[in-house]
Design a protein around this ligand. Structure first.
Ligand code: ATP
Length: 834
């Protein structure tokens, strides 16, 4: 595109003394320049004009004269003229700030609209819509309180910890009212979502191009430090990562823009831990990462740098005025939301995983890490459940984390390299768990002396992380595993390796006794999952232990299923009471029942949800249940629309005799979905089928309670518990007490003295009630006395609960022992007949 003479004239008027420099940049020789001067001595403006005309003449017609001239002008530091030129010619040029911004936004349109949907496969992505807010915690500058007690090898220590505030994800992070500093250091372990957060920030620029980040800035530069393998120069990185290969911009131009807009620039520097240290330390380049982080250049720009914890001190040493923000992963609610989004094809499947996790404290905890949630969703989607054996799941976790950082390794190498790191770290992990002075989850860096390379690799991969703390006068480098269960898994891998010398293994096992065996559940489960030989020795060891029988037997069943070795079932003690509170408990019971002879006289208590009905069915039809004493099932209605007909179907499969043994309570929890008509219909059908039937309602409205009880009039209910429903002055509304009722519970129902008369009236003298629970209400002693005197007329009453009713326990004890002497207090406010 050519330039007209009037335009050249305008440039000549503005240029001045630097014109010779420009001429050289445009390629004119010194002789040519001299010639121009001699031809029109003393007339600078003319000389410039002539030089430009001469240059223009030398260009081929196809040459983009305007671009060349603009580049040369910018290179000699006269962008002001370029901007005028663009204005004069009325054309949008590649030399404006707007052009640079547009190029970068075009890049974000390609790179910042998706997030990875798989820990290893880079090709699998999901839309940025899948972004879920992250839980962030920011330090309060200058407020350090020493309140973190940790157990270290040398004993207990107090570590200095910062006081923090919680941030509401990105909105707060970028809000200057909340985070006043313009330098932010976002730290967090592997897979806590640091990189993803930056994708989201870059993405927000696409729509808010001219005023990104709450209108505060002009340009957002998102740099992946991992890709800086040669130079730590951010200007280079802008060209390598953000600008098109054929961009017309030059480094000179871009630098000029950045300098001019310094306070309007945002630098998002992702993964400080991933830039090689020699690159970070190198002295070359413009806007070196180190200079930016230590506030030596671009001091007015907004910087958000992410890193694993071990690099935070490096940043803070060079510049202290950082808002230090910790990425803590998902909150439980947001984790649920993440699961729902990921499994949105089948809402039931998502809910099933959520309820599975709610049941399993350790998995629930670790799933706060986005990367683990992601893996859980992938496995669940594939198999519609998690692997029966938790060891498999943790092997998958470890593999995914390891492969994430070793994409080019082949499978054999992955396994052997990973296992040797795990073994090295596992030695220290085990020492920590079995420390005679109490479990240790934090380690001094020196404890890894013998396996420094494992520590370095483990840190790179994200199995462990280290952080610097001050403790009194000491500065400590402490190492932690990303989650306690990962420490337990690693410790188990190491312990099992000791089996090469069985005595050594036994020696370690001796450190696990009644005192700590339940706390070692995961360590032992992982051992059993990794080796049948270990499982045999561990089960023998447990069999010899004294202690809480029910809990030890539960643990043994979990270990048996984890070992996958039916023949080890003989090493389990026959249970007299089985209490299954979780999905895992049910699975391990089901496994045990299939490999053990009939359990005579055993009492079973099971908590069951919709997704566990198949398991329940298997348990109920098992031959080993034939001679069970009682089978108690608490069935929890889920939050999704649910037909009780599924439960009914499950029960019908069971033979009549066993159904008659069954005692079932249907639990409608605060968030359960339910429909009065359907639930009551099912109740009427089930009362015919099973031994005893009860209803439990938790935190439901009075209307719902009244409606359901009305609909259940005439149904044979054995128990009826309303928990935390406001029944004050409404007791008569729930007075449909059938003569079959044996248990009535109205805990925390805001009952007071005025309600006692109504209460008495709904339990007529002579009623066959066995148990009454009124804990959590507020009664005077007179009211309690009126009640106990009335209860004297209930011939079968064997249980009374009056705890936490706002009275001195001793006074209640006196009244009950006077009026109901056959009841004895077993724990405070809890009276039972023997
Ligand atoms: N806020 C989020 N919303 C949805 N998915 C997320 C979110 N954060 C993380 N994830 C998922 O978890 C994975 C791991 O997160 P990410 O790579 O951002 O972690 P990181 O903290 O940068 O880890 P590392 O230190 O190992 O680089 C992501 O690939 C993404 O799939």
């Amino acid at each position: 595109m050519g330039i007209t003479e009037p335009v050249l004239r305008k440039i000549s008027q503005r240029l001045g003394a630097e014109w010779r420099k420009l001429a050289t940049h445009l390629g004119l020789s010194a002789a040519e320049i001299e010639r121009i001067v001699i031809d029109d001595p003393g007339q600078t403006e003319n000389q410039i004009f002539n030089m430009l005309v001469k240059w223009r003449r030398q260009q081929s017609t196809s040459a983009d004269q305007r671009d060349m001239l603009c580049t040369a002008l910018i290179e000699i530091g006269r962008r002001d003229i370029v901007e005028d030129l663009i204005e004069i010619t009325g054309l949008q040029g590649p030399y404006t700030f707007a052009y640079l911004r547009q190029q970068i936004i075009d890049n974000y349109k390609q790179t910042a609209t998706t997030i990875p949907a798989h820990p290893v496969l880079e090709t699998r992505n999901v839309d940025i819509e899948f972004f879920i807010p992250l839980f962030l915690r920011k330090n309060i500058p200058g407020k350090t309180k020493s309140d973190r007690f940790v157990t270290l090898r040398e004993g207990e220590r107090l570590l200095d910890a910062n006081q923090t505030i919680t941030l509401n994800s990105l909105d707060d992070l970028l809000n200057p009212e909340v985070v006043k500093e313009i330098k932010i250091l976002l730290s967090g372990g592997a897979g806590t979502g640091k990189s993803t957060l930056l994708v989201k920030v870059a993405n927000s620029c696409i729509t808010l191009s001219s005023k990104p980040l709450l209108g505060r800035f002009d340009l957002v530069l998102w740099i992946k430090l991992r890709q800086m393998q040669q130079s730590s120069c951010v200007l280079d990185a802008i060209f390598d990562q953000l600008l098109a290969r054929n961009t017309k911009l030059t480094k000179h131009i871009v630098k000029g823009f950045i300098d001019d807009h310094e306070s309007g620039i945002v630098l998002l520097l992702d993964g400080l831990d991933e830039i090689p240290s020699h690159v970070l330390q190198s002295e070359e380049g413009v806007y070196r990462v180190q200079d930016i982080l230590h506030n030596r250049v671009l001091t007015k720009s907004f910087v958000l740098v992410t890193t694993r914890p071990h690099m935070t001190q490096y940043v803070l040493r060079g510049h202290q005025k950082y808002a230090v923000v910790e990425a803590c992963g998902f909150t439980p609610q947001d984790r649920d939301q993440y699961i729902r989004l990921n499994l949105s094809d089948d809402a039931d499947m998502g809910e099933a995983l959520i309820s599975y996790l709610n049941d399993n404290t350790n998995l629930r905890d670790i799933s706060a890490l986005p990367i683990i949630s992601q893996m859980l969703c992938l496995v669940w989607k594939n198999q519609k459940s998690l692997p029966e054996r938790i060891t498999e799941l943790y092997t998958e976790f470890a593999l995914a984390l390891f492969k994430r950082c070793n994409k080019d390794m082949n499978d054999d190498q992955v396994m052997s390299d990973m296992m040797s790191i795990i073994d090295g770290l596992g030695r220290v992990a085990l020492q920590g768990l079995l420390d005679s002075r109490g479990e240790r989850l934090m380690f001094d860096k020196n404890e890894f002396q013998d396996c420094q390379s494992c520590l370095d690799e483990g840190c790179r991969v994200g199995f462990v992380q280290y952080e610097t703390y001050t403790s009194g006068l000491d500065v400590k480098m402490l190492v932690t595993f990303i989650h306690k269960t990962i420490q337990e898994y690693f410790a188990a891998c190491h312990l099992v390796k000791l089996l090469d010398d069985e005595n050594n293994f036994r020696h370690q096992l001796k450190q696990i006794g009644e005192r700590n065996v339940l706390a070692m559940e995961y360590l032992l489960r992982f051992c059993c999952g990794r080796s049948m030989q270990a499982a045999g020795l561990i089960l023998d060891h447990i069999q010899e232990m004294q202690g809480d029988e029910m809990k030890l037997q539960r643990l043994a069943r979990l270990l048996l299923i984890e070992s996958g070795s039916e023949e080890l079932a003989t090493k389990l003690v026959r249970p007299t009471v089985v209490d299954c509170k979780s999905n895992e408990d049910l699975k391990s019971l089901s496994y045990y029942l299939h490999v053990t002879p009939s359990l005579e006289g055993t009492d079973f208590f099971m908590h069951v949800r919709k997704q566990e009905l198949t398991l329940l069915r298997g348990i109920l039809v098992s031959d080993s249940m034939k001679s069970a004493k009682h089978i108690n099932v608490d069935y929890y209605l889920s939050e999704q629309k649910e037909e009780l007909s599924l439960l009914e179907e499950t029960l019908y499969v069971v033979d009549e005799q066993r159904r008659a043994q069954l005692q079932m309570v249907v639990r409608i929890e605060a968030k359960s979905w339910f429909d009065v008509g359907r639930v009551s219909h099912s109740f009427f059908r089930m009362q015919e089928q099973i031994g005893r039937l009860g209803l439990y309602m938790h935190q439901r409205s009075l209307d719902e309670v009244v409606d359901l009880l009305k609909a259940l009039e005439g149904c044979r209910l054995d128990w009826h518990i309303l928990y935390d429903t406001d029944l004050h002055a409404r007791v008569r509304n729930v007075s449909h007490i059938s003569s079959s009722l044996t248990g009535l519970g109205l805990p925390a129902c805001r009952l007071v003295d005025d309600d006692v008369e109504d209460l008495i009236s709904i339990i007529p003298t002579g009623h066959g009630l066995l148990g009454l629970a009124l804990d959590g209400n507020a009664f005077s002693l007179d009211a309690v006395r009126a009640l106990t005197q009335h209860l004297q007329g209930l011939p079968k009453l064997r249980l009374l609960k009056l705890s936490n009713i706002g009275l001195d326990a001793e006074l209640i004890r006196q009244v009950v022992s006077q009026d109901l002497p056959h009841l004895k207090e077993t724990e405070e406010g809890y009276f039972k007949a023997y």
